[in-house]
Design a protein around this ligand. Structure first.
Ligand code: UD1
Ligand code: UDP
Length: 352
């Protein structure tokens, strides 16, 4: 079997690592990097740490408006898919790279495999929601991380080749957890003590593109006295600068550059709480049993909300502060599978 895998953004590198490892035991994989993320700490570091094979093609598309970025990817991807003539095109998640890959392949009649299918926030203002819906509707194989995702697809009349195989990000966490403990020195480097700090990540367009939301988020952080560490996504850095907003006055806040996966796992597992708007980070908080506060109005990961493992607060200052202070006692379950999603994906494709 020959598979063209299309990657472009940070969470996709992490999702691809376990699948690629299993896939390459018996099959040929061609990796295309669209170049959506290009800084070394948003891209190269993950290939190195996670042993992801070097991309066969790098499109170098970079940043841009949605139409320009997606369009440029499509033009370049079409040529590659035509030349390679794979049996399948494999896409992950819900970024513009996902959509570009899925549309190109579907129109060339190459069956699309979508990993992390069926997620819905039911908010079409999110670019990710458009990307997911479109990708799911042109995919031939839909690998879902949860029963909720399977149900969401059923509600859109997508039932053929839909399988809940669990979450590939759980595979990645299980594979790298011990390695992170061995290799990461980030706590010592930053002078952090386990369970004595909160970890922050914020990058969603719905937050960063709204100045009032960002003001509220910063105000909430200012009201949380404990130590906070914030590896800042470049999008957030640029947006804060463009609004003239500064984090300088926020007490006990360490803003750092985005970190690699092993450092991130270490920061997550040792945090007292995680405050985020990231999809992947909400799940990792759950896997590591660290209480999470999600700074969004909706989440696709509704299972995490049960037993307050994750509290959805939007951008209301009081709600953010109260949720971070709240003493929660979550009960965790195996709702995201058993960490063998990659094997199940490859097995399912082999037995078509
Ligand atoms: C993208 C995805 C989002 C995902 C996120 C993961 C879409 C529409 N959005 O959002 O779903 O959660 O990736 O991190 O696909 N930038 C850099 N260096 C980089 C990459 C980006 O400086 O290596 C800056 C640029 O100013 C760019 C901005 O970040 O304009 C946004 O990047 P982009 O890839 O468009 O979207 P993300 O916000 O990263
Ligand atoms: N991540 C990382 N370093 C960081 C921030 C995030 O390695 O500085 C990892 C995180 O552990 C998770 C993934 O990136 O595996 C989540 O990606 P992101 O938050 O960018 O996107 P989303 O999941 O929201 O699409």
């Amino acid at each position: 079997m020959k598979i063209v895998t299309i990657l472009g953004a940070r969470p996709q590198f992490i999702k691809a690592a376990p699948v690629s490892r299993v896939l390459r035991k018996k099959h040929t994989e061609i990796i295309v990097h669209t170049g959506q993320h290009y800084d070394a700490n948003m891209s190269d570091i993950f290939f190195a740490e996670l042993n992801i094979p070097k991309p066969d093609y790098h499109l170098g598309v970079g940043s841009g408006t949605h139409g320009k970025q997606t369009g440029e990817m499509m033009i370049k991807l079409e040529e590659i898919v035509l030349n390679e003539q794979p049996d399948y095109v494999l896409v992950y998640g819900d970024t513009n790279s996902t959509l570009a890959g899925a549309l190109v392949a579907a129109k060339l009649h190459i069956p699309v495999i979508h990993v992390e299918a069926g997620l819905r926030s039911f908010n079409k203002k999110m670019p990710e929601e458009i990307n997911r819906i479109m990708t799911d509707h042109v995919s031939e194989f839909l690998f879902c991380p949860t029963d909720t995702a399977v149900e969401n697809l059923k509600n859109e009349n997508i039932t053929r080749n839909v399988l809940n195989i669990g979450d590939v990000m759980y595979d990645a966490v299980l594979y790298n957890k011990e390695l992170a403990q061995e290799k990461s020195t980030i706590l010592a480097d930053l002078g952090l003590e386990a369970k004595q700090y909160h970890l922050i990540t914020i990058h969603r367009a719905e937050n960063t593109d709204d100045v009032q939301n960002m003001k509220n988020i910063l105000e909430a952080f200012a009201q949380i006295e404990e130590v906070k560490v914030w590896p800042m996504h470049p999008r957030t850095k640029y947006k804060l600068a463009s609004y003239g907003l500064s984090v300088e006055a926020i007490p006990n806040l360490k803003v750092i550059e985005p970190v690699g996966y092993l450092d991130m796992l270490t920061l997550e597992s040792n945090a007292k709480k995680i405050i985020t708007d990231s999809g992947g980070v909400q799940k990792e908080a759950y896997f590591m049993q660290v209480p999470c506060v999600t700074v969004r109005e909706q989440t696709e990961w509704v299972e995490t909300l049960e037993t307050e493992a994750n509290i959805l607060v939007g951008t209301d200052v009081e709600k953010i502060v109260a949720a971070v202070k709240k003493d929660v006692r979550p009960v965790y379950s195996d709702v995201f599978g058993d960490g063998k999603a990659a094997e199940k994906i490859v097995e399912a494709i082999e037995h078509v």
